[in-house]
Design a protein around this ligand. Structure first.
Ligand code: ADP
Length: 321
């Protein structure tokens, strides 16, 4: 195993738990300290930041015979700790001659909000099934109508769970970007043609003036996700016969549409998880798309800005530097 390639933070200790022998880049990122500074300060709680002090305290307690016996018995021990206001699962394992400590971040998304959002389609499904059972099932027209509604609610639930998983993944802190040279013009053309059927059904034109051969550095998978989301929103929140246009100029990638626009007071909030503009509540969505877009932008070290005018359109600009 090459611990340098793991996304999880890994620390290897000696058999006495006195010295850290190895520290992978993910652990260094989580703790903010390199190997030699950690070893120099691990017993000096006063010199350590709050997060590291929690780890140092833990390491001290690991030296207790009781705990070591417990680890020996069960081979691994899980402890939850907080480092720099983030929660981590810490697994301690005894290897042949030393100890391995693994740190993986726990994402506590706004659980209350998430479960509340999931409750709605679940409640709708329950009501539809109950209505069917109460008699609608005996009416061929009504039962077809209710089954179609059930199908729609199940799709909504599926999209929501998928978006929640995508968001918690990009926020996990364990994503390692695979930045490569990408032909932006080619990628945008491909995304436009896969969104085409959704746009043409409402006579919305999808256009790009980004020439093939325009090279940028990005992680293809995440850039794909980001652009697909922005193009999709450009279609969803557009008027019939409108347009979505993509441009790239001097390091700035632009997705602009001729849609409903976003009220000024909502612009800062649309990147929040589950936030949806009141006026667009009739249009299907989870309120997570732009939170995912923002997380991908942050992962790359880019910035994103929105300019928007009601009933005229919106422009999303991403500075790729
Ligand atoms: P949703 O799943 O609701 O589309 P998003 O996070 O992608 O979630 O967007 C959040 C909200 O921002 C949307 O509900 C919508 O009100 C508004 N919004 C996003 N993109 C646009 C756009 N291009 N034009 C107008 N409003 C938009």
């Amino acid at each position: 195993m090459d611990i340098d390639e793991l996304n999880t933070g890994v620390l290897l200790f000696d058999s006495e738990l006195l010295k850290i022998q190895e520290l992978n880049p993910a652990a260094q990122k989580i703790l903010g300290w390199d190997l030699s500074s950690l070893n120099d300060n691990i017993n000096d709680l006063g010199a350590l930041s709050q997060g590291l002090a929690a780890l140092a305290k833990l390491i001290r307690s690991l030296k207790s015979d009781e705990l070591r016996e417990e680890i020996k018995q069960s081979k691994s021990k899980r402890i939850e700790i907080k480092i720099n206001s983030q929660h981590f699962n810490l697994y301690l394992q005894q290897l042949e001659d030393d100890y391995m400590l693994e740190l993986s971040q726990i994402i506590y998304q706004d659980m209350k909000q998430s479960t509340h959002e999931l409750k709605r389609p679940i409640q709708n499904i329950k009501t539809l099934v109950e209505t069917l059972l109460l008699g609608a099932k005996d009416d061929a027209v009504k039962s077809l109508e209710y089954l179609e509604k059930l199908d729609h609610e199940a799709d909504r639930l599926g999209t929501m769970v998928q978006d929640m998983l995508s968001l918690s993944h990009v926020l996990s802190g364990s994503v390692e970007l695979n930045k490569i040279e990408i032909d932006l013009g080619q990628l945008v053309d491909k995304l436009i043609s896969s969104a085409e059927s959704r746009a043409t059904s409402r006579q919305i034109k999808l256009m790009s003036d980004i020439p093939k051969g325009t090279k940028i550095q990005a992680d293809k998978k995440y850039l794909d996700h980001l652009l697909a989301n922005l193009i999709d929103n450009g279609i969803k929140y557009n008027k019939d016969s409108g347009s979505v246009q993509l441009h790239y100029k001097e390091g700035v990638l632009i997705v602009e549409d001729t849609g409903t626009g976003i009220p000024e007071t909502d612009i800062a909030k649309v990147f929040d998880q589950f936030y949806r503009v009141q006026a667009s509540s009739a249009i299907q969505g989870t309120g997570l798309g732009l939170a995912i877009v923002k997380a991908i932008v942050d992962l790359h070290g880019w910035t994103i800005a929105i300019e928007s005018e009601l009933k005229t359109g919106s422009r999303f600009s991403i500075r790729l530097s």
